[in-house]
Design a binder for this molecule. Structure first.
Ligand SMILES: Nc1ncnc2c1ncn2[C@@H]1O[C@H](COP(=O)(O)OP(=O)(O)OP(=O)(O)O)[C@@H](O)[C@H]1O
Ligand SMILES: Cc1ncc(C[n+]2csc(CCO)c2C)c(N)n1
Length: 260
């Protein structure tokens, strides 16, 4: 079984500030949801090659990005942060916002006929079909504003991780990040204590795990059974720079993010 490496280098200003042995050649796509934008959104934007807004996420960049740059003119900020795509059922985006970005050349996909999948699902599906030649392990989709807020949305966002379990997708808020650790691999997570930790969790999602083994946590698991309604690893802590995880079921990994 091969090892999948994970790191949060997208939270650092440039990959050169990241130890060479942990650097990955990721292609990032960024999806902005309809929640208060995390403060590090401009950094994610800079790292991303493709930027999408899910429906009302476009209102957030229109309204909130200028607030992150109070010394700059709001229109200048909007002109320099133009999303490549706006996709979704278009029931939350305001008309003035749609018109503004449509005039700037943003591609608009109205997918209101599909009422069974979320706007985030639609954005992930778009990214996968627009980058067909990219090796899946090199693509990493960053989702800003995915956690906190309405619980049905939050769970819907986690369900997208499960529906696209072979794609690297990282849900982000100002407080933490969440991603899936598929059972098909060993996992080695590089923890950069300048931006993340120490609080973390490992949560069996969808089904109980018959055996989970970890290394590098304050409360390590050793061939341990975990399940909802039984033991799950919440309020755990990372001890150092490296966490290893092996499990017979997919797990959610979550780690706290540091406030500047
Ligand atoms: N409060 C929230 N918490 C977490 N994610 C959210 C929240 N609000 C929106 N999102 C995410 O942003 C996406 C776009 O939001 P938007 O409000 O445009 O969706 P929507 O389909 O109009 O939602 P609904 O009709 O259920 O209110 C959603 O699909 C969801 O992934
Ligand atoms: C069982 C079931 N529950 C809820 C919805 C509604 N729904 C789910 S995703 C979505 C699109 C939101 O942008 C909508 C309206 C459904 N279709 N099926």
């Amino acid at each position: 079984m091969s090892v999948l490496f994970h790191s949060s280098e997208f939270l650092l200003p440039s990959s050169s500030s990241f130890p060479a042995e942990h650097r990955r050649s990721s292609t990032y796509a960024l999806v902005l949801l309809n929640q208060r934008l995390p403060k590090f959104t401009p950094l994610l934007w800079k790292h991303a090659q493709l930027r999408l807004c899910a429906d009302g996420g476009a209102n957030r960049i229109f309204d909130e990005l200028p607030l992150l740059f109070p010394h700059l003119d709001a229109l200048d900020v909007r002109n320099s942060y133009k999303p490549d795509v706006i996709s979704g059922d278009m029931d939350s985006i305001r008309t003035e916002v749609l018109d503004f970005y449509a005039k700037q050349g943003t591609k608009i996909f109205d997918e209101s006929e599909d009422e069974d999948t979320t706007d985030l699902h639609k954005c992930v599906a778009y990214i996968l079909q627009s980058m067909p030649n990219l090796e899946e392990s090199n693509l990493c989709i960053l989702v800003a504003g995915a956690l906190g807020g309405r619980f049905d949305h939050e769970i819907g966002n986690i369900n997208v991780l499960c529906r696209f379990s072979t794609t690297r997708i990282i849900l982000l808020s100002d407080d933490c990040l969440v991603h899936l650790l598929p059972r098909t691999h060993h996992h080695e997570i590089h923890v950069d204590s300048s931006v993340e930790g120490p609080h973390c969790g490992l949560i069996p999602i969808g089904m109980p795990s018959g055996s989970t083994t970890t290394n590098g946590l304050q409360w390590d698991l050793t061939d341990t059974k975990t399940k909802f309604g039984g033991l799950i690893s919440s309020s755990n802590k990372v001890k150092g720079e490296k966490v290893r995880v092996l499990s017979d079921t997919d797990l959610l990994w979550t780690i706290s993010l540091k406030k500047e």
